[in-house]
Ligand binder design. Structure first.
Ligand SMILES: C[S@@+](CC[C@H](N)C(=O)[O-])C[C@H]1O[C@@H](n2cnc3c(N)ncnc32)[C@H](O)[C@@H]1O
Length: 218
């Protein structure tokens, strides 16, 4: 997906994906990962999600990666925080205490940039990418995170239907298996229909289900 597509979404405030509260699956299932205080969690394609602050409040060191500088600035501004800022060729990094937001293209991020990462939280990242980009995304995630990473992955699946076009795209449980099974033990810990009040249903999406996975790298 073209970076301009996302920058334009932020510019024109078409950010229906932003929940405006902590994700319910994150609250309910994060404990499955048995995160220890100070462990680093990478949040790819993070937007300005409240989840970032919640993960910090659980004792994690949080590293978000986001294309849009509007999103990164808004995350801190909405909390009345002025982060320290450092700019390089690929990224501008905003830091405040235990949260770093790397503003730039996820695919340009390296393991050296972020150090050893033990945890990954993926909500609306894999499903924001069209099919042709997903293997590259998973490969890159593996290249920049630690050898025993545990991940919480939330996916959305739905039958093709006229009148609804992603993102978010449908990612089936079988596709999660194809993408991750070579290097991960995969446990599906939740599966449910989209709630009646989910914004995607209001956009016309019928028959959507969400799955939550605990992935353990081996
Ligand atoms: C569907 S939104 C999800 C945001 C966030 N995870 C949430 O739950 O609110 C996808 C986000 O990924 C960002 N994004 C898309 N491609 C990216 C890339 N290659 N590198 C970094 N961020 C990207 C977009 O700007 C957008 O904010």
């Amino acid at each position: 997906m073209d970076p301009e597509f996302w920058r334009e979404r932020w510019h024109s405030e078409q950010i229906g994906f932003h929940e405006g509260h902590v994700n319910a699956h994150l609250r309910q299932f994060w404990q499955h990962l048995d995160a220890r205080p100070g462990e680093k969690v990478l949040v790819p394609l993070c937007g300005k999600a409240h989840d970032l602050a919640w993960l910090r409040d659980q004792g994690c060191y949080v590293i978000g990666v986001e294309l849009s500088d509007l999103a990164c600035a808004a995350f801190f501004a909405e909390r009345g925080i002025e982060p320290a800022e450092s700019s390089g060729q690929r990224f501008t990094c905003y830091r405040h205490r235990d949260i770093e937001l790397w503003c730039g293209d996820f695919f340009d991020l390296t393991a050296d940039d972020i150090g050893l990462v033990e945890l990954v939280y993926d909500r609306a990242a894999l499903i924001a990418l069209p099919p042709a980009m997903r293997q590259r995304y998973v490969d890159h995630l593996q290249a920049i995170t630690g050898p025993a990473t545990r991940s919480l992955l939330i996916t959305l699946d739905y039958p093709e239907q006229p009148g609804f076009q992603g993102p978010p795209f449908n990612v089936s449980d079988q596709e999660v298996e194809q993408l991750y099974s070579a290097n991960h033990d995969i446990e599906r810990i939740h599966h449910s229909r989209l709630r009646e009040d989910d914004g995607l249903r209001k956009r016309g999406l019928e028959g959507g289900t969400e799955s939550v996975f605990h992935l353990r790298r081996r």
